[in-house]
Write a protein that binds this ligand. Structure first.
Ligand code: SF4
Ligand code: SF4
Length: 304
């Protein structure tokens, strides 16, 4: 069994307790305007260009069999993405390591071996593996098998999902994860579609079904994005929506950051949020307070 994985990151301290290994799956059906990991959005491997490492030697233009690279005097090589087939030939010829591929096909065995190398750290810290992305459920058979293999080795499992997938795939993933994070990004269907490319009805339906099937808590996450979902009106509607849900869940607020912006540059893509600054502390505190007020018994966390 194989999957396209963007990256396997060791010694992570996010998305679950203790020291973790995070496996970033490639491919996602959503296109969130604020996505901090655009290099995981497309399903296949793809070329990244790191401007600060380029020596402007022209080797990439010379080697590309598809004439996708052109040299412009005094400038960086220009990559025509409509011609590039992501073959990776230019990366092998690039002396500055300015061209690299995002994503690689892995076998299940190779990912398990990679994760298991840090067993001692998981045991000493209460950590484990976190499946992230991209959308883990876009390669759900692999994700489920990976969690099963990890459990067989005594490794705790966590997964992050947008919930946008056939319910049966979500249920299977839930059955093999100790910790499950699920995003609910906007309460309004039309706004959800405008901001992420998909409507939220299927996600909310999956969430309601998951709450009936899962005994352990579902950790709902709200990425709090300025100008997108941080208005008082939206937070009130969001709290009303969740407070009507029956089941075992809590809510974590994830304030907007700009850490993924340089990845858009590497992909030759525009960042939809431009120069939007992070939210001020007071604004985040007010949002958390409004959500706590509206959600009553449901815990609302924010570690920022
Ligand atoms: S990845 Fe392949 S097609 Fe794309 S620019 Fe490099 S050599 Fe050309
Ligand atoms: S081969 Fe690498 S270092 Fe040379 S021009 Fe191309 S991207 Fe820059």
């Amino acid at each position: 069994m194989k999957a396209v994985i963007e990256n396997i990151q060791h010694f992570s301290l996010h998305d679950g307790p203790g020291t973790r290994t995070t496996v970033f799956f490639k491919g996602c059906p959503l296109r969130c305007a604020w996505c901090s990991n655009p290099t995981t959005q497309n399903f296949g491997v793809e070329l990244l260009q790191k401007a600060d490492k380029c020596l402007r030697c022209g080797a990439c233009a010379a080697v590309c069999p598809h004439q996708a690279v052109s040299m412009v005097p005094g400038s960086l090589p220009r990559i025509d993405r409509s011609r590039c087939v992501n073959c990776g030939l230019c990366t092998a010829s690039c002396p500055g390591k300015a061209l690299v591929m995002a994503g690689q096909e892995y076998t299940l065995e190779s990912v398990v071996t990679n994760i298991a190398a840090d067993m001692l750290f998981y045991r000493n810290s209460g950590g484990g593996v976190t499946l992230s992305g991209g959308e883990v459920l876009a390669q759900s058979d692999f994700a489920v098998a990976l969690c099963e293999e990890c459990h067989a080795l005594g490794i705790q499992t966590a997964a992050e999902t947008s919930g946008y997938a056939p319910y049966e795939n979500l249920r299977r993933l839930s059955s093999v994860t100790d910790i499950l994070f699920m995003d609910i990004k906007h309460a309004d269907n039309a706004e959800h579609k405008r901001l992420t490319g998909m409507d939220n009805a299927h996600i909310l339906d999956n969430f309601a079904r998951l709450l009936r099937d899962r005994v352990e808590p579902v950790h709902v996450r709200l990425p709090l994005i300025p100008g997108c979902n941080d208005s008082d009106d939206h937070l009130a509607a969001y709290a009303a929506l969740l407070s009507g849900m029956e089941g075992n869940f809590d809510l974590e607020v994830l304030p907007y950051h700009r850490l993924g912006k340089n990845k858009y540059d590497m992909l030759g893509r525009e960042y939809a949020l431009g120069d939007t600054p992070p939210l001020e502390e007071e604004r985040v505190a007010r949002a958390v307070s409004l959500l706590r007020e509206g959600l009553g018994r449901i815990p609302v966390l924010c570690t920022a």
